[in-house]
Design a binder for this molecule. Structure first.
Ligand SMILES: *Cc1c(COP(=O)(O)O)cnc(C)c1O
Length: 402
C-alpha cells in the first residue's frame, strides 16, 4: 500500500506559490466538501459551560464569535499570508478598514506619523484629518526621495505610511530605504501594496513591518466584494491588530471572505495577463502623437525606472497618461471608449478609466493637486482581462476623437 505522507509535497511548505493559492489554508469540514465552505454564522456553540469558559480563557482552541474569528475568514487569511510570505494576516471589511486599523493599532495620542503625500484619498484623509483630531501629529512628505522621510522623523514618530506605486500617478517610494529610516527611529513601516499586488512586490521582504490591501481590487478582481487585509509578523498581527479588530469590529463578512479566498486562486494568473496588456498599452500610448505623457513603472520614461526594476517584478496593471489638450481632451477620449468603462474601481477584469481631478481627487485644492501631479488632463487606466488588441483599438479610436 502506498503512503502519501512520504510524498515530499505532503508538506505544504514544499509547494510552489500557485499550488498554495489553490490549496493553502484549506480546512475541510466533516462533509469533505471540494471547495472551501462558507461558514455564514455569527456565533458558535460549546459542548458544555466549562467548554465555553475554557475557550474564553484561551485554554482551548476554537471560535467564539465571527467578529473575532470565523473558519472561512481564517482560510482567507492563511492563504493570503502564504502568498505574501507573512507570518500572520487579518482580514477586514474594506481596504480602508485595513489601513485605518493597521495605523491605529500602532499609534496613540502624543505620537507622530509620517506619510508620503501621494496617497489614496481615504488614506490621506485618515492621516491628515483624523490623526490630528485624535492627538496624533502627522507630516506629509514627497515620497519619491527617501531623504524627505529622514528629515520628517521626530523622537515620537511611531509610524511611517506609504503607498507604492501611488494612486493615480504611479510614483514610487523606495521601500527598503524608507524601512531603514523608519527602523533607525524605532518606527514601524506600513505599506499599502494595492497597486503592485502581492504578485509583483513583497514589501515585507524589503523591510516593511505591516502590509495592507484593499482586497476589493485585484484579489476579488471581478467587481463583486469589498474586503481588506493586514499582514505581517505574528506579534504585530496577533497582538495589536487582532485586539483592535476584536474590540472595534471592522471585521469582514464570511461571505465576502469566501469570494476573496476564491479570488486568490486565480490572482497571479489574472494579474500576469492584465500586466502583460498594461505594458503593451503603455508602449502604445507612449508613442502616440496625441499623448503628452505616460506614467508606467516599467516604461523607460518613468523617472524611477531603476527603482521599479529593483523593487517590483513587473510594472503593474495600471497606466496613467495625459492626452494633449487637458480636461476637454481627457473627457472626449473617455467618452469615445466602447469597451473601457468610466469608473473608479481598479484591478478589475473589466478595463476601467477614471479622471482623478474631477472624481477621486476632486476635493483637493489646486495647490494640493499640483503637489500630487494630478493635472486636469490626467487619466488613470486600470487594464482588465479583455484582449489587449481590442483595448488598444478602443484607445486608438478614442484618441482620434480628441
Ligand atoms: C481602493 C484603495 C484603498 C481602499 O480600499 P477599499 O476597499 O475601497 O476600502 C486603499 N488604498 C488603495 C491604494 C486603494 O486603491
Amino acid at each position: 500500500m502506498s503512503d502519501k505522507t512520504s510524498n515530499p509535497l505532503f508538506d505544504p511548505k514544499r509547494r510552489k506559490a500557485q499550488t498554495m493559492l489553490v490549496h493553502g489554508g484549506m480546512e475541510r469540514s466533516q462533509h469533505g466538501e471540494t471547495s472551501e465552505a462558507i461558514f455564514f454564522n455569527s456565533g458558535f456553540v460549546y459542548p458544555t459551560s466549562g467548554g465555553a469558559e475554557a475557550r474564553f480563557k484561551g485554554e482551548e482552541p476554537g471560535h467564539i464569535y465571527s467578529r473575532f474569528s470565523n473558519p472561512t475568514v481564517e482560510m482567507f487569511q492563511q492563504r493570503a499570508a502564504l502568498l505574501e510570505g507573512a507570518e500572520a494576516a487579518r482580514a477586514t471589511a474594506t481596504g480602508m478598514a485595513a489601513v485605518t486599523t493597521a495605523v491605529m493599532s500602532q499609534l496613540r495620542a502624543g505620537d507622530h506619523v509620517v506619510a508620503a503625500r501621494a496617497l489614496f484619498g481615504g488614506c490621506r484623509f485618515v492621516i491628515e484629518t483624523y490623526m490630528p483630531r485624535w492627538g496624533v501629529e502627522s507630516s506629509l512628505v514627497d515620497g519619491r526621495d527617501p531623504e524627505n522621510f529622514a528629515r520628517a522623523m521626530k523622537p515620537n514618530t511611531k509610524v511611517v505610511f506609504v503607498e507604492t506605486p501611488t494612486n493615480p500617478t504611479l510614483e514610487l517610494v523606495d521601500i527598503k530605504a524608507v524601512a531603514e529610516i523608519a527602523h533607525a527611529h524605532g518606527a514601524v513601516l506600513i505599506v499599502d501594496n494595492v497597486f503592485a499586488t502581492p504578485v509583483w512586490q513583497k514589501p515585507l521582504e524589503l523591510g516593511a513591518d505591516l502590509v495592507t490591501y484593499s482586497a476589493t481590487k485585484h484579489i476579488d478582481g471581478q467587481g463583486r466584494a469589498m474586503g481588506g487585509l493586514i499582514l505581517g509578523r505574528k506579534e504585530l498581527i496577533e497582538a495589536d491588530v487582532h485586539t483592535i479588530i476584536r474590540q472595534t469590529g471592522p471585521s469582514i463578512s464570511p461571505f465576502n471572505a469566501w469570494v476573496l479566498l476564491k479570488g486568490l486562486e486565480t490572482l497571479p494568473l489574472r494579474v500576469k495577463a492584465m500586466t502583460e496588456s498594461a505594458a503593451k498599452i503603455a508602449d502604445f500610448l507612449a508613442d502616440h502623437p496625441k499623448v503628452d505623457s505616460i506614467s508606467y513603472p516599467f516604461h523607460p520614461s518613468h523617472p524611477q525606472y531603476e527603482l521599479a526594476k529593483r523593487q517590483m517584478g513587473a510594472g503593474s496593471t495600471l497606466v496613467a497618461f495625459t492626452p494633449k489638450g487637458s480636461k476637454q481632451a481627457a473627457f472626449a477620449l473617455a467618452d469615445a471608449l466602447a469597451v473601457i468603462a468610466i469608473s473608479n474601481n481598479l484591478g478589475d477584469a473589466k478595463s476601467i478609466i477614471s479622471h482623478p481631478a474631477t472624481t477621486t481627487h476632486q476635493r483637493f485644492t489646486p495647490e494640493e493637486k499640483i503637489e500630487m501631479d494630478i493635472t486636469d488632463g490626467l487619466l488613470r487606466l486600470s487594464v482588465g482581462l479583455e484582449d489587449a488588441d481590442d483595448l488598444i483599438a478602443d484607445l486608438s479610436f478614442a484618441l482620434e476623437q480628441v
